[in-house]
Write a protein that binds this ligand. Structure first.
Ligand code: PMP
Length: 426
């Protein structure tokens, strides 16, 4: 057995930062990441066999809990028939049919191997379809790491974007306009100035990459109206929210029909996957039907399809999302009470089976600016206290948390009990 510290040291020898995705490295909370050995249900265990109640769930996919027997069995059965063919399978048709059934705004869908590919391809499609180059995104929203989407706001409103990473060409970043989330006025002003040049608005319809921030009333409706007026493609990035906030995603909960939707996470049941889909008129522009190129060696991978299909079928069981939402509410209310009992200013926000925990004096958090005003030092101390107690929250104050079907009331009570103890000690 080795400590997480020594495993982390070893990992850093040949892996940049010791991780294959940055937020895993515990940079913002400090300390060594937990090296996971195995997982089942609501828990995972580290290499020292310490158990954690997991509220990350692989950042969203594990909505049924880890190693769900039906999913593992489907993966096993699929794997026995070979891992990849690079030729069509019936499973891909079933997956496409299932996605279109659950999300009626999607008339055609293309599968990818990650959410990043899905959003990158949706942006290219929107540009190819409209013949326009500019896109609009929102501060604090994350859509994967393709060049056009790794862009932050320039200084002041209505300025063009600047790269948020070296390596993103400035000339490309200038085509991405980054506006304030939940500020529909700013969207309208921007479109009044250059709406005819804007190919797409891409938005996390409930933001989950700056903690958990639902849309304010009128925001999503306003985006729909602006896109209709200017012939701009409205892309809902439901990679995180799809099948989690509600079975049909945020679009079903708020009754708004985007032109394109991007998906990932849950549709792979824990295997690498992504998808983008929407109106037939737009999707018909994708190769080989149309001229907009997009492809993938492992796209529609048979093992991923098997895991995803079983997952989606189980989510369709009556009352699944009501139960998940009720459990998440129980957690949020319990954390609120624990914070009040410990006299620590904390609020929670929730959308279906995802939640956020904010160390703030404010009553609600609706913007990136407000999210970044939270007390990250307090969060970091809370995070480590909970980690010691065997509760694994996302290792950053800016990430949403995820509840699964496998979390029991006893798990949630244990979490709340530990939270009160840790908050009192802050
Ligand atoms: N969009 C959203 C809303 C996401 O949360 C993420 C990943 N967390 C992505 C896109 C990118 O997905 P992936 O990490 O699979 O590339």
């Amino acid at each position: 057995m080795s400590s997480n510290e020594s495993l982390f040291t070893a990992a850093q020898q040949h892996i940049p930062g010791g991780v294959n995705s940055p937020v895993r490295a515990f940079r913002s909370v400090g300390g060594s990441p937990v090296f996971v050995k195995k997982a089942a249900g609501a828990y995972f265990w580290d290499e020292n066999d310490k158990r954690y109640i997991d509220y990350v769930g692989s950042w969203g996919p594990m909505i049924l809990g880890h190693a769900h027997p039906a999913v593992i069995e489907a993966v096993r059965a699929a794997a026995l028939n070979g891992l990849s063919y690079g030729a069509p399978t019936v499973a891909e048709t079933h997956m496409a049919d299932k996605i279109c059934e659950i999300m009626p705004s999607i008339e055609m869908v293309r599968l990818t191997s990650s959410g990043t590919e899905a959003t990158m391809s949706a942006i290219r499609l929107a540009r190819g379809f409209t013949g326009r180059d500019r896109i609009v995104k929102f501060e604090g929203n994350y859509h994967g790491h393709s060049d056009s989407l790794l862009v932050k706001a320039g200084s002041g409103a209505l300025t063009f974007g600047v790269p948020s990473s070296p390596g993103v060409p400035k000339a490309l970043a200038e085509l991405t306009i980054t506006l304030e989330y939940n500020n529909i006025e700013q969207v309208r002003e921007t479109f009044a100035e250059m709406g005819d040049d804007i190919a797409a608005i891409i938005v996390e319809p409930v933001a989950g990459n700056m903690n958990c921030i639902p849309p304010v009333p009128g925001f999503l409706e306003g985006l729909r109206a602006v896109c209709d007026e200017y012939g701009t493609v409205l892309i809902f990035d439901e990679v995180m929210t799809g099948f989690r906030v509600a079975l049909g995603g945020v679009q079903s909960k708020y009754n708004i029909t985007p032109d394109l939707t991007t998906l990932g996470k849950i549709i792979g049941g824990g295997m690498p996957v992504g998808a983008f889909g929407g109106k037939r008129e737009i999707m018909s522009h994708i190769s080989p039907l149309g001229p907009v190129y997009q492809a993938g060696t492992l796209s529609g991978n048979p093992v991923a399809m098997a895991a995803g299909l079983v997952t989606l079928e189980l989510l369709q069981e009556a009352g699944f999302h009501e139960r998940l939402t009720a459990k998440t509410t129980m957690l949020c209310e319990g954390l609120n009470k624990a914070a009040a009992a410990a006299s620590v200013p904390v609020i929670t926000q929730q959308a279906g089976g995802m939640f956020g925990l904010f160390f703030t004096q404010e009553k609600s958090v609706t913007s990136f600016a407000a999210a970044t005003r939270c007390d990250t030092d307090a969060f970091n101390r809370f995070f480590h206290g909970m980690l010691d107690a065997g509760v694994y929250f996302a290792p950053s104050a800016y990430e949403a948390g995820f509840v699964s079907q496998a979390h029991t009331e006893a798990d949630i009570e244990e979490t709340i009990h530990q939270a009160e103890r840790v908050l009192r000690a802050l």
